[in-house]
Ligand binder design. Structure first.
Ligand code: GLY
Length: 438
């Protein structure tokens, strides 16, 4: 049996482990939390922080694993993948230099400029506040972003998270104070979408397009989170995103892949672009070096072909052009502890009775410990509930019915994937497309 080591202990890694186990792999897991689902799938496990690369490499050697897959971005920012490759171990994740496409937002923007790749957003990096007030005034509306990893929670957008330039300046100055630099980008208007692809360094094989609902509360209110849920549609597009925007984003990702190769940063792994369809075309929000969380779970849930074969294809630099995904819509909702997204979420007990997720649904375990039925949460996301159906609203109803059978106190978003939410997005994009480009 093929031994695969999976690094990471969240719902996304649970989905990876379940798929690999179904594909016939023997799982060796590395995680810092006692995720009951991942542990139940694992032949053996190392309890360690995902950034402890030396310990993880020794564990891979001791267990003579055949292949390693690294889930979370903080681990990709370490020397873990490079050290495994040096030891002659196959890895289906990008090297540290390649992962900089995500770990340094400045590098990504410079690469897009240098290779004249479409989809760029007006931006500047500041290492002091000199010239910053003038640039903020020039842009009018903007996003303030740390250059490094933020777990999806560090970006602050004028009009969404704060109102005035003086607040924007304070936020930017604080980021310069802690990180040494800050990225300011022009605010763009439209709907975001996520495009993930398997990459063997030269070619991309795309997964269904998805959308992540980032805000904590219904109606896109409240703070940004790591993601409260995500949707995909049965045609693998999205009802509010045009086909041309999807084609443009595919072309952008291919150009980025080829630019990375020219820069001697060949990217083998999962390339994940966050894009926005705007009145002026498709724009790049971020490029990431891993499965999206939660959107990666939607893709893995739909995947018909063997993930094990794909991971070998990635590590060997030889992927097929196309992999099969079920032609169904999916809706995923995260169950989170009360107060999640605020400064002080609660830690609670949840109970999952066996069999509450019927055929067409699944529950993945995130930052929790305990058993499969009696769970203790952390202050982070707890369970990812996903369902597939013919349409997005039908999948949302099934997911809600599973969520409502979980016992305990928790929060989840009720509006993800509803007909009303989709219609609102369709109308919004119709009006954005009919406006003249900025
Ligand atoms: N879906 C947001 C992220 O994975 O960064």
């Amino acid at each position: 049996m093929i031994k695969v080591m999976v690094v990471g202990g969240g719902a996304r890694e649970d989905a990876v482990c379940r798929k690999l186990a179904r594909d016939g792999a023997k799982i060796y897991s590395v995680l810092s939390n006692l995720n009951p689902s991942i542990l139940s799938l694992s032949t053996d496990r190392l309890i360690a922080r995902e950034t402890e690369s030396r310990t993880i490499v020794s564990y891979a050697e001791e267990n003579e694993v055949d292949l390693v897959f690294v889930g979370p971005d903080p681990a990709l920012a370490t020397d873990l993948v490079d050290s495994l490759i040096e030891k002659g171990i196959r890895v289906a994740s990008p090297t540290r230099k390649a992962a900089e496409i995500e770990t340094s937002k400045a590098f990504m923007r410079e690469l897009v400029d240098k290779y004249k790749i479409p989809g760029q957003v007006d931006h500047r990096v500041f290492t002091s506040t000199s010239g910053l007030p003038e640039y903020l005034a020039e842009l009018g509306d903007y996003a303030v972003k740390p250059l490094g990893l933020t777990g999806g929670k560090g970006v602050r957008v004028k009009g969404d998270h704060f109102r005035t330039d003086s607040e924007g300046l304070d936020i930017a100055a604080r980021i310069i104070g802690s990180d040494g630099s800050v990225l300011i980008e022009r605010k763009i208007i439209g709907e975001e979408f996520s495009l993930q692809a398997f990459s063997d360094g030269e070619n991309l094989s795309f997964m269904p397009v998805a959308q992540d609902y980032k805000r904590a509360f219904d109606g896109d209110m409240g703070p940004n989170t790591g993601g409260m849920g995500s949707i995909t549609d049965s045609d693998h597009g999205l009802p509010f995103i045009s086909k041309s925007a999807v084609s443009e984003s595919k072309e952008i990702m291919l150009q980025i892949l080829h630019a990375m190769r020219s820069e001697d940063r060949e990217f083998r792994g999962i390339l994940y672009g966050q894009f926005m369809e705007t009145s002026g075309g498709t724009r790049i929000i971020e490029i990431n070096s891993r499965f999206a969380d939660p959107e990666g779970i939607n893709a893995l849930f739909l995947m018909d072909d063997s993930l094990l074969d794909v991971l070998f294809g990635i590590s060997d630099g030889k992927l097929s052009e196309h992999y099969e995904f079920m032609k169904k819509a999916t809706v995923l909702k995260y169950v989170v502890p009360p107060g999640y997204g605020s400064a002080d979420p609660e830690v609670v007990e949840l109970h999952v009775d066996p069999g509450i997720a019927g055929q067409g649904s699944e529950i993945f375990y995130a930052s929790v410990s305990g058993t499969l039925s009696d769970i203790r949460t952390t202050r982070s996301r707890s369970l990812a509930v996903i369902s597939a159906a013919e349409s997005i609203p039908e999948a949302a109803e099934i997911t809600d019915s599973v969520v409502n059978r979980i016992r305990g106190r928790f929060h989840y978003r009720k509006d993800i994937g509803t007909r009303e939410s989709l219609d609102q997005k369709i109308r919004r994009m119709e009006s954005i497309r009919s406006a003249s480009p900025p």
